[in-house]
Design a protein around this ligand. Sequence first.
Ligand code: AMP
Length: 417
Amino acid sequence: MQKYIDSYDFAGKKAIVRVDFNVPLDENFKITDDTRIRAAIPTLKKVLQEGGSVIIMSHLGRPKGVNPKFSLKHIVDHVSEKLGVPVQFAEDCQKADAQAAALKPGEALLLENLRFYAEEEGKPRGLAEDATDEEKKAAKAAVKESQKEFVKKLASYADCYINDAFGTAHRAHASTALIAKYFPDDKMFGYLMEGEIKAIDNVLHNAQKPLTAIIGGAKVSSKLAVLKNLLGKVDNLIIGGGMGYTFIKAQGGKIGLSLHEDELMPDALAILEEAKAKGVNVYISDQAVCTQEFSNDAVTKLFPANEIPDDWEGVDAGPDTLKEWEKVIANSKTILWNGPVGVFEIPAFAKGTLRIAELLAKATENGAYTLVGGGDSVAAVTQMGYAKKVSYVSTGGGAMLEAIEGKDLPGIAAIRE
Ligand code: AMP
């Protein structure tokens, strides 16, 4: 049964909470962006304020075993400060029995990086490069077997389980999915997960029409499933960024040196066909900002996006294209945006992406529901100071993409089951 934390009584209960504290650290182990920590604080505070205690678990980076560089001890002080209580630290997530048992109402314990153990992800480590298929299969079976004890141990620390880690909701890991079965009546989503789930629902299932999706980024191949799923839902589909050139080339356009995937051209044409059949309006850039050099002070020229000279490359959406997209956005009641419409990393080619951020903020002000996800799109709204001027900014790149592909995310399904 699906539960949210507002309908649960935490008094005297120990909650084990999966959060995503995978924050960037500099060479002195100082946190350079604490967004993910701040995002989980409301859930943790709620439990503490209601007289419960929290056992916090997370991964950090991609360690291949125990590695002090990826220790969560680096963030204990910061979490304590944000949470407003001193956070205790368990140096081994599998040996925290005594510390968990001693927790009193209002107290917090952070477990060491779950990924110090291969069992968290359930994938074998240290396999020889020339391992045979048999050996790989045996190693996988072994880690799956030991994973059972790993999960059981984590579950033994607490009375209830909260998943508030949307960033890893698309992974069927020990702490994100498998642990839920130990709490059949005491598992729930934290506030962050609840917000993400409702935001996706507002777009995919309960959208006010017209619904427009703006999908950008480098490659068609990584967004193919997204585009296919959206065709059944949206009224308008804006395709921007590098992936647009595969569509333009597939239709016979000249795209010069622009990024494209020849092998995806049949898929691109199939998408356009299906869009036509379903009455979806597709907008692909007509005018491209082009360059001959990937640098901030490079000379740029505008060309029709299907007539780019052989030695030029399209790197951003041109002003005429942006004007056309502006009309579509202004006429939409729900807008989903994922992926940059240009080479966002280079300020000179980031103008189109920043303009989309601005148009979304404007649309929100005029009553539209707007959901933004994906690293560059989120960076663009943040950079423009619009993070609070759009309806929802997703914290999970990969998880959000899989959700808009229409997939059931293991972290969500495990709570709902
Ligand atoms: P994705 O991870 O698929 O969302 O793609 C993001 C990447 O797409 C960013 O690194 C952008 O620089 C890149 N990108 C967007 N538009 C273009 C373009 N016209 N040419 C080359 N790369 C692009």
